[in-house]
Each structure stands twice: as C-alpha cells, then as structure tokens.
Design a protein around this ligand. Sequence first.
Ligand code: PLP
Length: 386
Amino acid sequence: MNLNAIKAQLTSSPAFVIDRDALLANLQTLAELRKHSGANILYSIKSLPLSLVLQTAKPFVDGFSVSSLFEARLAKEILQGTGNIHLTTPGIRPDQIDALNECCTHISFNTPSQFQQFAPTAGGKVSAGLRINPKLSCLNDERFDPCRPHSKLGAAIEDLENLDSWAGIEGLHLHNSFSATSYTALIDTMQKIEDLLGNKLGRLDWLNLGGGYLYGSIDDHHPFIDLVRRLRKRYGVQIYIEPGKAVVGNAGHLIATVLDRFVSGGKTIMILDTSINHHPEVFEYQRQPALAEHAPAGTHAAILAGCTCLAGDLFGEYRFDTPLAIGDKVVFKQVGAYSLIKANRFNGCNLPDIYIADGGKLECVKQFSYEDFRSQWHYTPEICLP
Ligand SMILES: *Cc1c(COP(=O)(O)O)cnc(C)c1O
C-alpha cells in the first residue's frame, strides 16, 4: 500500500504501520534463498516481536532466534513445536537455564565457561553451541561492532584452536555484521574461520552465520548460495542465518502529525505528536531517519521535533516543496526494525497505535491506553513495604 494512501486512511496518530505486502516480499526473498542454498532461516525476533509478524513469518522460516527467556517463551508460544528456537546471549542467568532448556532447540553459549556450566543442564535435549568472535571487524562504528576491541560477544576464535576438548560443542555461532548490502564480510569471515579451524568444522552439526545482512537489498545472491552449498557439502553441517532487519526493516513506518509550528532563532520548528522515544535509535546513534516527504531541493526547511521535554528530542532538519501546516502528517519510512521494540512512554506520551496495511486495507490492530501506562508504574504500597 503506498504511503499517501496509508496517510489518507489513518484514523489516529501517531501510528506504527506494518506493511504486510512488504513483509511478505521480504519473506519470499528469504524463502528463495533457502530453496537455492539449503540454508535454514530463523527470524531474529528482537527487531520486532509483534505476534502478527511472527505468525506471518512462521510458514516461511525454520524457526526464530531469540536473546532472552521472554523472547524464547514468545517464540515457543507461536511456533507450538513446529520450528527451531536458537538462543544466544551474553547474559544467561542460572535461575533461568531450566526454563530456557524447555523452550530452546539450540543454545549458543557466549563463552567456554558458560558452555561448561550450562550445556550439561539440558541433558542432551538442547543442541549446545558456542558463539565465536571471528575478530574481523566489518563496521567502522564500534558501537555496533561485535568484533570491537575487548568485545564481550563470543569466544575469541584463536582460543578455539587450542580448545583441548571440543566435546559436546555441536555448533558454532557468529554474527559480526550490521545492515550489510553485500556478502563480502560474510565471505571474508568464513574464509578466516576456515583458515583457522579447517577440518574441525566437520565435527559440528550446525553453523549459525548470524544476522546483519539486508538480503532484499543485495542483487547477486550467488556468493551466498555458493558459500552455503560448499560449507554444507564440505563439512556436513546445517547452516542457519538469523535476519531481523531484513525481515521487517522496510516493512514498518512511523507516521506522525504536526501539532505546532513556529520559528526559533530563524529556523522553522514543527512539533510532532511523536518523539525520538518512539524510535530511540535516532537519539542513541544521532542518526536522522528517512522522511517520505523530504525533498532535497525543496525551498522550505524545517526542523522536525518530538513532543517531549528533552531539548535534543529532534529528528533533524528536512526540506519540503510546500511548507507543512499544523495537522499535516509525515512518515518516517522503513523504520520497522529496532524502533517499536525500543519505544517507551517517557513524559507519559503514549506509544503509537499499531496498524496493518494489507492490500488496499488499513486496520488498527492495537492501541495502548492510560491503563497500560498506569499498570507499568502503579503498585500497591502494602506489597512493597516490609
Ligand atoms: C541482532 C542480531 C541478529 C539480527 O540482526 P539484524 O541486523 O537485524 O539482521 C541476529 N543475530 C544476533 C546474534 C544478533 O545480535
């Protein structure tokens, strides 16, 4: 459904809109890759764990990848035993391992010590693996780089060479990319791993190559297909990938309405009924999100600002062909991943309503209320006091 049609049909604001056709197109691309390469596909639900997205993805994927007990429980509830649940996290808690063992089919432990401590607790019911840090940085921003100096993510690959016992390690997990639009990093990383570990890979049942690739934005999939086929043949391993953003990134939009407009120090400010708290990465990484109405050569500039008390609650300066007026809607497009899941109700500003665009139809599927806000913060003092 095109963005203008969505804007025209919306009955409330701010709105987080899932475009089901875009979601299905992404899943179709992944299903094709799966068919041609033999890789197993897991949706990394942390990017957007909406049940509707999980249900839509379920027939296209081999399961879900998760980062915590809550995600694992949600994945189990949706899959009902019909798919894999892979967990990796640096923060496994002793008080949750039994419940994790109940939910997960595969766990990639973050360190050899966690592996030794927790892998035996599953009694063979969960396939136990190790996350490795291939020590190959493909990102120039340390904040997203799992291979940054002193990384907390995964066992250093050179330590694996000397790991006396690989006993019990059924799989390896790696993830060192973010929003990549070519397979170069993956090819280079696997080359390094094969150079260092070589035939030891043949002792494994599976290899999880992680997420971080925008499969829909890559034209030539042959390097991926050839790599996966070769790894499967040479080492007899199952290959998994676990995309998040590639599934939902371009399938979600945040739509807001202009509440006020004024000039401050010579620049036009538009106050929106949303804030950076509905898409916190804007502030976390100081990254300006793409705006559908932005016209690079437009003669009217305006700073789009959020409605909270924080002075830096700003989306950035955009340009327009015609000036925006109070009541106009704007679309932060392709913000399906890592936005709503990180959203909060700072200043008591409600979360956006959730809509699904399906074919020509737009349907509001969830609204948060004052009761939701209240239940997060309200407690009965008698229970909390000694
Ligand atoms: C975040 C993450 C993913 C998904 O990453 P995308 O960039 O959304 O594809 C997959 N695996 C691991 C281990 C992750 O941390």
